[in-house]
Design a binder for this molecule. Structure first.
Ligand SMILES: Cc1cc2nc3c(=O)[nH]c(=O)nc-3n(C[C@H](O)[C@H](O)[C@H](O)COP(=O)(O)O)c2cc1C
Length: 155
């Protein structure tokens, strides 16, 4: 029999980024966030996906309850974004994200997925649905994995 799993939760939040308007500086700042987040998340066995849409961030963070709590406390106190709002925080039966930290922004290759999710107007009104954020993160993950030819490993 399999060992009983610890209780898994996910948090879905959105926020407004306080990043540089200079594209080179901004991508350096995003890279820096990713490097720290990946190390910390690996250590805490957190899996996550961050979407950057215009000046907004949306992230799904999943893992063991206390690890997610600690991670979110740190993330929400970070001055590189503000107006951090939880859209959903609940127990989940299993993880849906594969990597400790991945982030995606609009590119020519994923434009249709961003357009379909149509998050920007919802973010501007301050009313994005958790299901829309979650759906876009999953779609972007599947897209990347199928381009890499590893999607069959995670069905
Ligand atoms: C949009 C955004 C997403 C972030 N995501 C994570 C994350 O998933 N995990 C994490 O540990 N830190 C994340 N961070 C970085 C944390 O806010 C924090 O800087 C980092 O964990 C280091 O914390 P410390 O300086 O208290 O050690 C994120 C920051 C931002 C702005």
């Amino acid at each position: 029999m399999r060992a009983k799993r610890t209780s898994l939760v996910h948090i879905i939040y959105f926020s407004r980024l306080n990043l540089s308007s200079d594209p080179a500086k901004r991508s350096e700042q995003i890279g820096e966030i990713g490097r720290t987040a990946q190390k910390k998340n690996e250590f805490a066995v957190i899996t996550s996906f961050l979407v950057i849409e215009g000046s907004f961030a949306c992230q799904v963070i999943e893992g063991e309850r206390s690890s997610v709590h600690e991670t979110f406390d740190r993330v929400s106190a970070d001055s590189r974004h503000r107006d951090v709002q939880i859209s959903e925080w609940r127990e989940i039966a299993k993880r849906e994200f594969v990597h400790s930290f991945k982030s995606a922004q609009r590119t020519a290759g994923n434009e249709t997925l961003f357009a379909k999710a149509n998050l920007l107007p919802m973010l501007q009104r301050g009313t994005p649905k958790a299901s829309a954020i979650h759906g876009l993160c999953l779609a972007l993950q599947s897209d990347t994995m199928s381009r890499q030819g590893i999607d069959h490993l995670f069905v």
